[in-house]
Design a protein around this ligand. Sequence first.
Ligand SMILES: Nc1ncnc2c1ncn2[C@@H]1O[C@H](COP(=O)(O)OP(=O)(O)OP(=O)(O)O)[C@@H](O)[C@H]1O
Ligand SMILES: [Mg+2]
Length: 509
Amino acid sequence: MTELETLIRARCPIVMLLTWEEQRAVAAIEQLCVAPDLKRMLFTWTETEGLVNVALPQRQDPTTRDPLRVLDEVLAGTHPAVYVLKDYHCFLREHEVVRRLRDCVAALKQGPIPRNLVLLSPVQVIPPELEKDLTVLDFDLPDLEQRAAILATVEEGLRRPGKVKVTLDQGTRERLLKAAQGLTAAEMENALARAIITRQALDAETIPLILAEKKQIIRKSGVLEYYAPEDEFADVGGLEALKRWLRKRSAAFTERARQFGLPEPKGVLLVGVQGCGKSLTAKALAALWRLPLLRMDVGRLFSGLVGSSEENLRRAIRLAENLSPAILWIDELEKGFAGVGSSNLSDAGTAARVFGTFITWLQEKRAPVFVIATANDVTQLPPELVRKGRFDEVFFVDLPDAEERRQILAIHLRKRNRRPADFDLERLADLSEGFSGAELEQAVIAGLYEAFDADRPLCTADIANSIRETVPLSQMMAEEINALRRWAQTRARWASDSAWRLPGEPPAN
Ligand SMILES: Nc1ncnc2c1ncn2[C@@H]1O[C@H](COP(=O)(O)OP(=O)(O)OP(=O)(O)O)[C@@H](O)[C@H]1O
Ligand SMILES: [Mg+2]
């Protein structure tokens, strides 16, 4: 709002204010307008009601409903005023409207009577003709204080009938307000109302309902997916160096870390062999750090199913920032940004622009959003991505060594209620040279089928047999994997402690 006030005073002709919350935004602008040192009339416009003076809401003029007519009214205005046009973005595709807006720009900038246009819209649409004359602002979601006020109003409303039990101690209250972060005022009110109606209470049990509401919102956005923490960090076998690095940053987003002088971590890129635990690590990290995990599907970003790619990325980033502190998981990065800069892509321009936006955000982001990106095929990745300063670190996830294979086998046996001590893991680890974590898991499952079919307990031989019957992917892809390792030798850190080395070269870590 301070920024908007500055823009209004500086006679910025058109501001596009991005928000879903029309009511709250108009109320905030009204507050600016009545300030004695600004003193502006406030008009709102909708296609259904036309131009309305907020101070005289009953006086409507249907002829002003036309999107061109309203601009004439603005041009003809004789009082210092702010005009808030709602959902005007729909008309920004019409050439006449854009032209008339440009006429307004000159008049609003230089005319004797200060007037501003504020376009209130949930989506960003900027015709190139207006790029230089239009400023975009995000209307912030309710902050902690405002959310506390919303909660207080809801509680106030409950006190009177006295049927609903309110048991919120200080800690619960704080957690509830934190859970509601990222919701609009209306969404928070609705979520609270729904929770109260279903349970006739306002207490610690309300928090999961608020979180569920948040998941809904993420799903509706179409660009991000919310993952509930399921996999534990202990479910990841091996990758000790990577796990240490992540564990060390567990408290990285706390106030204590800031005061100690630590910068907020940006993110990490995991590159490596298929099925060796990259996605698994991302999921387990959410549980370790106890932060919401938001998965961004890069393929979907570009699919054109849900709006333009740039707008999609912007939305995803905004959503992640609104829900921060959070982990933004960008899976299979190369799917979206492959071949950026090369001309053999059908829409290389768009990909490059979106990539640029992403890189800039990664480098300059302020909100506590930790990015964990994963990729298979590094040859497809633009080299700028791995340059220092983008990600905090690039890790290479190799095939597990014998000790790691033992751990992974133990994990998957335990997951299926078997005691690892009952099996000869040394032998199985020896047999499964070149297997990925995913293949080891499959071997355990295949062994289980064998035993189940023969109606006897699972034994080492069952798993050994399925290992022998499997040709690991690494055998068919030896060339590719060695190329990956060579790439990683100079550009990445090994995720495991014991690592494959090129003969005669120094250790990577
Ligand atoms: N290090 C590991 N420890 C335990 N389980 C593992 C490990 N690596 C892989 N797995 C098993 O294999 C499955 C697939 O692994 P994951 O999806 O993490 O592979 P990935 O590295 O993301 O592969 P891709 O490159 O194909 O996406 C996991 O869900 C897990 O069950
Ligand atoms: Mg994966």
